[in-house]
Design a protein around this ligand. Sequence first.
Ligand code: ATP
Length: 374
Amino acid sequence: MRTLGARVDADTLARVRTAVGSLVEPSLRHRLDELGMVGDVSAVRGGVRVVVHLPSTALPGQDRLRDAVRAAARVDGVGSVDVEVEPMSDSGRMDVARTLKAAPGLNTLGSRTRVYAVASGKGGVGKSVVTANLAAALAAAGQRVGVIDADVWGYSVPQLFGVREAPVALKGVMLPVRAHDVSLMSVGFFVDDAQPVVWRGPMLHKALEQFVGDVYWGELDVLLLDLPPGTGDVPMSLIELLPDVQLLLVTTPQAAVAAVAGRVAAMATDSRVPVAGVVENMSSISCDGCGAETPLFDGDAGASLAGSLGVPLLGRVPVDRELTRCADAGVPAVLEQPGSPAAVELSRVAATLPSHEPTLAGRSLPLFVSSESS
Ligand SMILES: Nc1ncnc2c1ncn2[C@@H]1O[C@H](COP(=O)(O)OP(=O)(O)OP(=O)(O)O)[C@@H](O)[C@H]1O
């Protein structure tokens, strides 16, 4: 044991470097020494000074990182710890980007990520709010969850998660935006909310390709895709890009709405995409006073659709004003109002989401080259 206040020796400095280097950077999900983030570690009067090289000044959670470095550096024999953060050199940033690109991606064959494309025939049936709540419920249960807002023209993920910030870009790799423990990517993070997005065809495909291949998702347990309604270009592009996607259909109980959802299912089946199940939304409305459930529409189209497809009806979500209130406030209801009727049902659906063994049969291999630009 050394006297505090004495100059720390070389052995102690080496132990500090090891301890700091073994910390895992939360957004980049690699050790600091793997990322070349540990700079000079030197003795100063009574303690140590640790320099951390930051690959991007926009990296989220910098205060937490400083605190973690300070705590890790306080090994036996060290009194005070001075943490200094400096921007990383350009070549260091290139190395970080290379390390991240070498990590398994979503389009990597054999990836263990379960991918669900949440689809509906018509708009406004609650597909996005269902996606956001399923994602938040899965994350709250300890799963590593990502959401791609593939509803390019009608994006709502930034609003539903209460976050609007530009993703950090690092030499051709983008970091997803994090909110409520979910990793997010949306066109809405790149455009002015008042401006319409008019992308079509190749531009649309390129954007989705980048969301899948140029975003550093890390190892996800579950990825949810919020698709635009209907059977347009986007579902087809994503089916090509993601080797193992399953469809989750959201419909209201009206036959006319479920019929259009059925067409989406038919398109998926033609492309050999399995349908995991059906979620019926706005099934009933409960009386505030007595709690009695009354069907909102005549019809049982969610169950009929699931029956005709031979897939499970995963849940029946009631109309619940808490769902909309929380969505408008930017916090999924499963977190903000977990006891509300819709949140209870959506948490139950999240807990029972079916999985299936990945198969490559009949699939084209999704290979593409991503650009190296910064
Ligand atoms: N069960 C529900 N109870 C109360 N409000 C709901 C329910 N489901 C959806 N809503 C509300 O209905 C509106 C439409 O929902 P949402 O945006 O999720 O639909 P969508 O199917 O994704 O639409 P689009 O595809 O056109 O973007 C939102 O304001 C949402 O909060």
